[in-house]
Each structure stands twice: as C-alpha cells, then as structure tokens.
Design a protein around this ligand. Structure first.
Ligand SMILES: Cc1cc2nc3c(=O)[nH]c(=O)nc-3n(C[C@H](O)[C@H](O)[C@H](O)COP(=O)(O)OP(=O)(O)OC[C@H]3O[C@@H](n4cnc5c(N)ncnc54)[C@H](O)[C@@H]3O)c2cc1C
Length: 225
C-alpha cells in the first residue's frame, strides 16, 4: 500500500484487497471524479464501468472533465455505497455503514474506434446488463461525438463500516434507542414510455433489475466496525 492510499483515520476500516475494491466498483454505478485544473479542484459525478484494471468514463467531446483528463491530469475517483444509518446512544458515535473506494490513477483517451465501441458497451452493460444488444448501436457520428477515457486503477483503497453502533461502555446503560437503520437502493417498477411504437413487455433485465453483489467479497468485510 502506498502512502497516499493508506487509510490513516480508523485504519481497521481500510481494505486493500482488490476483490473487495472491485466488488464495490461493480455494485456502484455513480462515481465522483476529482481533478485539478489550473489550481482549482473539481469533483464531478458521472457514470462509469470497471473493466480489469481500468475505469471507463464517457461523455461529450467538449466535456471539461474528460478533456482535462485526456491532457494528462491525474485523477482521483471515489465510489460510495451507503448501507445504513447508525444511531448510537451518544451523538458523538453516530455513524454511517458504508462501503467506499478511492482510486488514484493516470488517464488515457480511448481513440481506437473498436476499443471505443467496446468501452461504450462496457459502460452501458455496467448500468443495465443485457441492454447493449437490444438498443440501436451508436452511429459513426454519435461515436465521433463521444469522448472515452480510461483511468488506470494504479492505487486503490476501500473503507468499510458494518454492524451496530460502538458506544462508550458507560453509555450502554442509558435508556436511549440505538441501532442501525439499513438503507438500500430502491428499485421501482418500470414505467413504459407512452411513445412506445409496439406493445412490448419490459425485458427481464429491467423487470428483475438488481445490482450485482459479490457475496464472497462482502463476507471478507463482514464484522468491520
Ligand atoms: C458515506 C460516508 C460518510 C462519511 N462520513 C464521515 C463524516 O461525517 N466525518 C468524517 O470524518 N468521515 C466520514 N467518512 C469517512 C471519510 O470518507 C474519511 O475516511 C475520513 O474523513 C478520514 O479522512 P482523512 O482525509 O483523514 O483520511 P485518511 O485516512 O488520511 O486518508 C488516507 C487515504 O486513505 C484512503 N481513504 C480515506 N477515506 C477513504 C474512504 N472513505 N474510502 C476509501 N478509501 C479511503 C484514501 O486513499 C486516502 O488518500 C464517511 C465516509 C463515507 C463513505
């Protein structure tokens, strides 16, 4: 673990196992990309996909974030999964159960047309697995209008909290409710576009949509408080 990636604050919550890092990156689908431009830090939320040791980002050719990364700015990417609110007896020990990742890496533009198409497919499939083959493929012009950036996962850390609150021993006797309020992504029923030209049921990858969960990776982090 390199110096800038080592979790110093509550180090027992730091996890560097790539299996755990990848599981968090794969379950999430919104990242925040931090970069500096002329001494000004920016943090921009965007969609992504992890493929091997890279994170793919995409957007319009004129996108400020992507253009800055393309010209070599180092990136810091975070992904956060919120698992619950932790209500302790003391205000001080209130917390959040979460799984988060911080990645540092250098960016490159994906310019080769075939690689670009594969990267775009990865981003779409990361959001809705199964969708690429059903949707109309991008035209040459659409592909030209899209900028694709790959950020190498050069260094990565995960930080995790699970379980009940940790109060000071003398506070456990207080008559105050304490515990965890689990939170999860709420996936509603699909709403069909009223302009649908044919009567078609939503595909199963929509009606049974779920984010991928790596139970073995979650096993590795169970009990981290
Ligand atoms: C949903 C959520 C809510 C949080 N709320 C609070 C809060 O209210 N107050 C608070 O102090 N902290 C909170 N944290 C923890 C916060 O992310 C930082 O870990 C913490 O503030 C310590 O910051 P630091 O700069 O001292 O980290 P350091 O320990 O100095 O960070 C060193 C390195 O550790 C790694 N690292 C640090 N934090 C994380 C992380 N979260 N995930 C992955 N790698 C990490 C990075 O590589 C970083 O460069 C929260 C985290 C999450 C995910």
């Amino acid at each position: 673990v390199k110096e800038r990636t080592r979790v110093r604050r509550i180090p027992r919550r730091g996890v560097y196992d790539r299996r755990v890092v990848d599981a968090i990156l794969d379950e999430g689908f919104v990242c925040h990309v931090g970069f500096a431009h002329g001494g000004q830090p920016f943090v921009i939320p965007t969609a992504y996909a992890r493929v091997g040791d890279e994170i793919y980002l995409h957007g319009a050719r004129g996108n400020h974030l992507l253009r800055s990364l393309r010209s070599g700015a180092p990136a810091c990417i975070t992904v956060t999964l919120v698992d619950g609110l932790v209500l302790a007896r003391s205000v001080y020990h209130h917390s959040i159960n979460y799984r988060s990742v911080v990645v540092f890496g250098a960016a490159r533009e994906i310019a080769d047309e075939r690689e670009k198409l594969a990267a775009l497919r990865a981003v779409v499939e990361h959001l809705v697995p199964g969708r690429w083959d059903d949707a109309r493929a991008p035209s040459e012009q659409e592909l030209k209008a899209t900028l694709l950036i790959a950020v190498a996962i050069d260094e990565a850390s995960a930080k995790v909290r699970t379980g009940p609150p940790s109060d000071d021993e003398e506070d456990y006797a207080l008559p105050i409710w304490a515990g965890e309020l689990p939170l999860a992504l709420d996936i509603g029923a699909a709403v069909t576009d009223p302009r649908l030209a044919f009567k078609v049921e939503p595909p199963t990858y929509v009606s049974r949509y779920a984010r991928p969960r790596d139970s073995e990776a979650n096993e590795l982090i169970s009990g981290i408080q």
